[in-house]
Design a protein around this ligand. Structure first.
Ligand SMILES: C[S@@+](CC[C@H](N)C(=O)[O-])C[C@H]1O[C@@H](n2cnc3c(N)ncnc32)[C@H](O)[C@@H]1O
Length: 252
């Protein structure tokens, strides 16, 4: 499992904030709320709630929302942003919730950091009441694509990024994992998140640095790849994209 210590929490929060305010992310959260189908009497848990935005949005629509996160720094940020929210320290593998106590379970951009998603899904099954709905949303980081002059170095950089995650391919596996866990009515929706403006440049340069540190590319390869991306940014020719999946199911 990816421990919170491996994150730079401030950088992650800043990145989440930039993403969460985009039309894509707003639309995604709205679609997740729709798929959860929860009413004012229901309780929804947001596992890996981060800064708490989804928790606040769900509560504003009526259901009681509980945010759970492993990282105390994320919970601190969530509490300062949403003082009225029900936010609890906890792990996706052992949720601070009673059996069959929630009607909705959501996790967004979380399952790629779990090394045992089947265990997390069996915990989801435990806390969901019969008829309750689970919705998982996230990027398939092993299908991340970046346009670059040197396709070999690009492949090495992106593979190194995916290989450092506990489960970069989590979204493509979730359908089968939900079926294995005994969920019914599993449905998958997909879209592609496209980045063309220079805001993605820091993430791309960080990818090259990390791949160099991991020994996946040489310093020269990383420098020349980064120079190519900087040039593309200057010329307005950046292109990066990652597929995003929303997988939903019902606990029988
Ligand atoms: C990329 S952030 C996404 C946050 C939020 N869901 C969002 O969409 O903005 C992943 C979050 O999952 C949390 N997390 C990672 N592993 C976890 C686990 N095993 N149990 C609970 N939370 C976890 C991290 O601390 C982090 O806040």
């Amino acid at each position: 499992m990816q421990t919170p210590q491996r994150y730079d929490a401030d950088r992650l929060l800043a990145r989440l904030d930039r993403f969460d305010l985009t039309p894509f992310a707003r639309g995604l959260r709205a679609r997740v709320r729709e798929l959860l189908c929860c009413g004012p009497q229901d309780t929804v848990v947001d596992v890996g709630c981060g800064g708490g935005r989804a928790v606040a949005e769900i509560s504003a629509e009526g259901p009681h929302a509980v945010g759970v996160d492993l990282d105390p720094r994320m919970l601190d940020a969530a509490r300062s942003r949403h003082p009225e929210a029900d936010l609890r320290p906890g792990n996706a593998y052992e949720l601070p919730l009673a059996d069959a106590s929630v009607q909705g379970y959501r996790a967004e951009k979380v399952y790629h950091s779990l090394d045992d998603p089947a265990r997390a899904l069996s915990e989801a099954y435990r806390v969901l009441a019969p008829g309750g709905r689970i919705v998982l949303a996230g990027q398939d980081w092993d299908a991340y694509m970046v346009d670059a002059a040197d396709s070999g170095t690009t492949r090495s950089i992106l593979r190194s990024y995916a290989d450092r995650m506990p489960d970069a391919r989590a979204p493509r596996r979730q359908r089968a994992l939900l079926l294995d866990a005994g969920f019914h009515g599993v449905e998958v929706e997909g879209s592609v998140l496209v980045f063309t403006d220079e805001e993605v440049l820091p993430m791309l340069t960080a990818l090259a640095e990390a791949a160099e540190e991991a020994g996946a590319v040489s310093a020269e390869q990383a420098a020349s790849w980064t120079a190519d991306q900087r040039e593309r940014a200057r010329e307005g020719r950046l292109f990066a994209a990652v597929p995003f999946f929303v997988v939903s199911a019902v606990r029988p």
